[in-house]
Ligand binder design. Structure first.
Ligand SMILES: Cc1ncc(COP(=O)(O)O)c(C=O)c1O
Length: 370
């Protein structure tokens, strides 16, 4: 393999760009001597809630915890079914399974998001909720999903892990369902130094429960009112995320501009890039394409020093851990076909036009004459 000319991500580059402010956050927090549950956390929560346009945000230690606590706080548990997408990271179904409920899969559309028509087919008397995943930052068809939920009296918990800064008809992702989870994993657009997450909700009762639950169920230092866990977003990350939230719009603008360049420059018809609908503003946490001879293309890009990743090669229902859910190969044909074709190209806000052009030329060159 030749030297890396276009890296997949840019975390070190981002650090250099933000070094002064990040180190100032570290210094402020360490000098204060207060590392957990300080007013800085509350301030960040209010800032995130205002940004998203929702009543409450609760800072937690991951997006996975946010999803689990959202389900739990809504009273979903053993014996309940939650309909979700097979195209996601395993945390989607892990969160459902961990609270004792059963994930049920509905196939996806060509944009890799859950197909509302397929959701309707999967509803049973045990169905309690729908968990759409807004894959890559593209919001699922929430009008149709909320309509189904209303007609069948179901709750909605959005897996909005990848959704910070994404909008659907002008409304921020993670604000449609009753309780929703956002991830601040380092590969997300609003990223912590390590893990972090937010639960977003308009529901005061959910907010009260989750605030207690994330801090051992402690109402005060000497008064435990329910048995909880430790899932507090730490204060250093609260400071870092607050600083990064101020820059998020510009980060997303740069990412969108890069995707637009890719769209213009990749001309090979063997590469499908799901189009953006007029009503959506995708924050493009990842840039996924669906390609003929995906593995051949990936090998060609590697030769050229371009890092790419298969994101993901296995739909959720075909993981060994999901075997007991009763879904097999052939049950979700669209998701399965996409997993064989999907390839994430290098995508971050610090890509240069020259790098994008180099990647696009390599892609076009691979298919030339085929
Ligand atoms: C779609 C999706 N769901 C859930 C998660 C879990 O989030 P976290 O890694 O913060 O626990 C992630 C991210 O990793 C994700 O991309």
């Amino acid at each position: 393999m030749s030297d890396i000319k276009v890296p997949f991500i840019d975390l070190q580059q981002r650090y250099q760009e933000e070094k002064e402010e990040l180190l100032a956050c570290v210094e402020r927090v360490l000098e204060s001597g207060h590392l957990v549950m300080t007013p800085e956390l509350g301030a960040l929560e209010e800032k995130v809630a205002a940004y998203a346009g929702i009543k409450h945000c609760i800072g937690l230690n991951s997006g996975t915890d946010a999803l689990m606590m959202a389900l739990m706080a809504l009273g979903i548990g053993r014996g309940d079914e939650v309909i979700t997408s097979p195209i996601s990271f395993v945390a989607t179904i892990g969160s459902i399974a961990h609270i004792g409920a059963t994930p049920v899969f509905a196939d996806v559309r060509e944009d890799q998001n859950i197909d509302p028509a397929e959701i309707e087919k999967k509803i049973t008397p045990k169905t309690k909720a729908i968990m759409p995943v807004h894959w890559t930052g593209r919001i699922a068809d929430m009008d149709a999903i909320m309509d189904i939920a209303e007609r069948h009296n179901l709750m909605v918990v959005e897996d909005s892990a990848q959704t910070m800064g994404s909008y659907y008809k002008g409304r921020h992702g993670g604000t449609f369902g009753q309780a929703n989870g956002i991830s601040c994993h380092p590969l997300k657009n609003l990223n912590a130094i390590g893990d972090g997450g937010f639960l977003l909700t308009d529901d005061d009762k959910v907010m009260e429960k989750v605030r207690l639950y994330r801090n051992h169920g402690l109402e005060s230092r000497d008064n435990c009112v329910l048995f909880g866990v430790n899932s507090r977003l730490d204060v250093l990350n609260a400071e870092v995320l607050s600083f990064r939230l101020d820059r998020l719009k510009s980060v997303i603008e740069r990412r969108r501009a890069n995707v637009n360049l890719y769209r213009k420059m990749i001309t090979a018809e063997q590469v499908f890039i799901p189009p953006c609908q007029p009503h959506e503003e995708n924050s493009f946490v990842m840039f996924l394409t669906q390609c003929d001879d995906r593995d051949g293309l990936q090998a060609h890009l590697t030769e050229k020093g371009i890092q790419s990743l298969v994101y993901y090669g296995t739909p959720l229902h075909l993981h060994p851990a999901a075997a007991k859910l009763g879904f097999g190969r052939g049950d979700l044909p669209k998701a399965e076909a996409q997993c064989e074709r999907v390839l994430a190209l290098p995508h971050h806000q610090n890509l240069s036009e020259d790098q994008i052009s180099y990647v696009a030329e390599a892609v076009n060159e691979f298919y030339a004459g085929k």
